[in-house]
Design a protein around this ligand. Structure first.
Ligand SMILES: [Zn+2]
Ligand SMILES: [Zn+2]
Length: 303
């Protein structure tokens, strides 16, 4: 992942300039995530779930490589969005997009062949039997970053299809045409971040990129700032480990939310989604504090 995050080497006044946004490379994105899930599964008590998510991520990579190409976002749309400070991908209408429905069908077919925990198997069967209205309801929820806790398992597969479709759409965007929308808002699709990562490449230290939970675009954010409300005043950090923690909670006392921050410069194999699931101990710690989780992660909706 870090290789895709090299800052733009162009110089402004002799100082390297960080590129604002990196749309995903979908096949590589899901392959890297799959490998990381498989690695995390080796040492975790969540092993069966992590191993399943690894297989699901590999299926997502395969779909990205084999599905018919998506229609790139029109140049006019990109221009208008940039001029208005808006994300060029409008997510709400995508719920009714036949290409998204076809992606879900292909994902369900492929998922039928992978090993999974029993609750996931039951959810997959329920999804297979669901009518068009039910699927539309799932897509509407997912595209609005809403996952009802009592039906997290059914949303999981539909959400994996949404990730595939949105990553492929975002990959068609010219990164130079993306502009900041608001703190904590994806400049490609308007989604919320799953986590953010601190990187250190090409001579620029302490750069932070948030990763969109929906389309996987990464975008630059100020190093110490709440991704939920934009406040810089009351930020503190918590972690399970007392020394050398690579995953921390960035806590904001202004809005009472927290989002994980990954020290990718210490460990370049950290994945914004997989390591969020792999660091569930931090969620348990934070639950006791009463601060509300701000990061959106489909794979943690049931936890
Ligand atoms: Zn996005
Ligand atoms: Zn805040």
């Amino acid at each position: 992942m870090s290789a895709t995050l090299q800052p733009d080497p162009s110089l402004i006044g002799g100082v390297p300039r960080a590129r604002f946004a990196f749309p995903p490379e979908p096949v590589k994105l899901f392959q890297t995530r799959a490998r990381r899930f498989a690695f995390l599964a080796e040492t975790s008590r969540l092993a069966p779930y992590l191993a399943f998510l690894g297989r699901l991520s590999m299926l997502q990579a395969r779909l990205c490589a084999t599905l018919p190409p998506v229609e790139p976002v029109a140049a006019d749309t990109l221009r208008l969005a940039a001029a208005g400070g808006m994300p060029p991908i409008d997510r709400a209408p995508l719920a009714a997009d036949p290409l998204l429905a076809a992606t879900l069908t292909a994902l369900c077919d492929g998922a039928g062949e992978i090993d999974m925990p029993e609750p996931a198997r039951l959810a997959l069967e329920a999804l297979g039997a669901a009518g068009e209205d039910d699927r539309l309801w799932l897509f509407d929820n997912l595209l609005a970053d809403v996952i009802p806790e009592d039906s997290a398992a059914v949303h999981l597969f539909a959400g994996a299809a949404v990730q595939v479709h949105l990553a492929r759409l975002a990959a068609t965007l010219d990164p130079d045409a993306l502009v900041p929308v608001r703190t904590g808002v994806c400049p490609a699709c308007g989604g919320r971040p799953v986590t953010s990562s601190v990187t250190g490449t090409m001579g620029i230290e302490n750069l932070r990129y948030a990763t969109c939970s929906c389309c996987a675009t990464r975008w630059n954010e100020v190093r110490i700032k709440c991704l939920c409300c934009g406040s810089t005043k009351a930020i503190s950090y918590r972690s399970v480990e007392t020394v050398d923690a690579t995953v921390k909670a960035e806590v904001c006392s202004d809005c009472n939310h927290w989002v994980k921050i990954l020290r990718e410069e210490k460990n370049p194999t950290l994945d914004p989604v997989a390591d969020d699931v792999g660091s569930l101990g931090l969620d348990a710690l934070m639950k006791e504090t009463g601060v509300v989780r701000g990061g959106v992660n489909l794979y943690l909706a049931g936890y």
